[in-house]
Design a protein around this ligand. Structure first.
Ligand code: 7TS
Length: 406
């Protein structure tokens, strides 16, 4: 069990009041709040250790570099990876753009196919669209069932020797659906396709070990897992990282440079052009320490408890339509819904008047909105600092929204 009293004390923002009510923050899928440990680690870095990494020969630069590389080691341990396979990016979006670009340059040509799903965040769709256009490849999408699960029969039907990449989300940021990556990766491997996993909503919320997943690439963001903005991680299999050409180019990613050509640095530095977000990386390392201290099994269980109660409460209200799996075990801590005949923006605005922060919109997943046949949804999402009382406050407030708007 998470000691909620202690945990909540660590998050200064949770003391805030909004419109005269204590803040109930139910939008952690967009970005998580930060514990003082992370805020202080970043401040301490700037106050005591700031210098550019991998460059200076002086003591301070060595200290900054050690802290940066220590953060990489912490992240690697957190996902069961080798630190050389951990690339610091600015977030999930940059990681996925990196893979799509570099993989595209090295391995894609006319007639090749890229398999995505209808439930992708635009970050795991648009880079593949552009790659397909650039290389004359074809983008194919796996259907989502009425229950909000991936249609695995459709996946098997669409997978072929033409499939070069299978790019999919681990956990849907709209439906909450947890996709069975190990078995999908197994199928993809049989046709020789590279598997790219968008882990933006999984790594922050459940134990994830890259060896168990069987994927080739995994991208996630620091800001959704208690860390600072502007830092993310791309994990990739060593052989692939060594084979692929760089994405961004400039300083730090080179070995030797002439006027008309250059050779590349070893991995991971080949993929870290320019001054990296090193203070943010140090903050992410502290966030990983914090999550490890709580235990990712505990974090997952807590999300599950809150999601189960929220789902139960929403499904019991006949004016609510819920999207995605009805079984909380099949989801991450995300629930999308609509109030019958009420625009999600109106619902979110009324909830905000009671200090309850939820998301309303298309959640950067317009093809999924089309598949669900809705313009937008309301979404609540949970994290380790949310409480059952907050879920009850949200459900009670929803009844008031319905009474006011029906
Ligand atoms: N993939 C998924 C599944 C996401 O949920 C998000 C962000 C991204 C990629 C992009 O991450 P970024 O850190 O590079 O922006 N999701 C959301 C969301 O659901 N609401 O706001 C951001």
């Amino acid at each position: 069990m998470i000691d909620l009293k202690t945990v909540r004390e660590d998050f200064p923002i949770l003391k805030k009041t909004v419109n005269g009510h204590p803040l109930v923050y139910l939008d952690s899928a967009a970005t998580s709040q930060k514990p003082r440990q992370v805020i202080e680690a970043v401040a301490r870095f700037y106050q005591e250790s700031n210098a550019n990494v991998h460059r200076g020969l002086y003591q301070l630069a060595a200290e900054a570099t050690d802290l940066y590389e220590e953060a990489r080691e912490k992240v690697a341990r957190f996902i069961g990876a080798d630190p050389k396979e951990v690339i610091f990016t600015r977030g999930t979006t940059e990681g996925l753009n990196l893979v799509a670009y570099s993989l595209g340059e090295a391995r894609m040509g006319p007639g090749d196919e890229i398999l995505v799903t209808e439930m992708e965040h635009h970050a795991n769709l648009i880079p593949w669209q552009l790659l397909a256009q650039r290389k004359g490849a074809r983008l194919v999408a796996i259907r989502v069932t009425d229950e909000g699960q991936l249609d695995l029969a459709d996946l098997e039907a669409k997978l072929s020797s033409r499939t070069k990449v299978v790019a999919l989300t681990h956990v849907s940021n709209v439906l909450g659906t947890i996709n069975p990556i190990p078995s999908i990766a197994e199928l993809a491997r049989r046709v020789g396709a590279v598997v790219v996993v968008d882990a933006a909503q999984s790594v922050p919320h459940m134990p994830v070990n890259v060896a168990d997943l069987g994927a080739d690439f995994l991208a996630f963001s620091g800001h959704k897992m208690l860390g600072p903005t502007g830092i993310g991680v791309l994990w990739g299999r060593r052989e692939l990282l060594e084979e692929l050409p760089p994405f961004l180019t400039g300083g730090e990613m080179i070995r030797e440079v002439w006027i008309d050509r250059a050779t590349w640095n070893e991995i991971p530095y080949k993929f870290e052009a320019g001054t990296p977000p090193f203070a943010q990386a140090v903050g992410l390392g502290t966030a990983v320490d914090y999550l490890t201290g709580i235990g990712m099994e505990e974090v997952r269980q807590h999300d599950l408890d809150l999601t189960a109660r929220a789902l139960e409460g929403l499904l019991a209200r006949d004016y609510v339509e819920v999207y995605g799996p009805k079984d909380p075990e099949a989801r991450g801590g995300v629930v999308s819904f609509n109030l019958r005949g009420i625009h999600p923006h109106d619902a979110a605005t009324l909830l905000d008047r009671e200090g309850i922060a939820i998301r309303a919109g298309h959640h950067c997943a317009q093809p999924l909105m089309r598949a669900l046949d809705v313009p937008a949804t309301c979404r609540v999402s949970f994290y380790l600092y949310n409480t059952q009382e907050e879920v009850e406050r949200f459900l009670a407030a929803l009844d008031r929204v319905w009474e006011a708007m029906r």
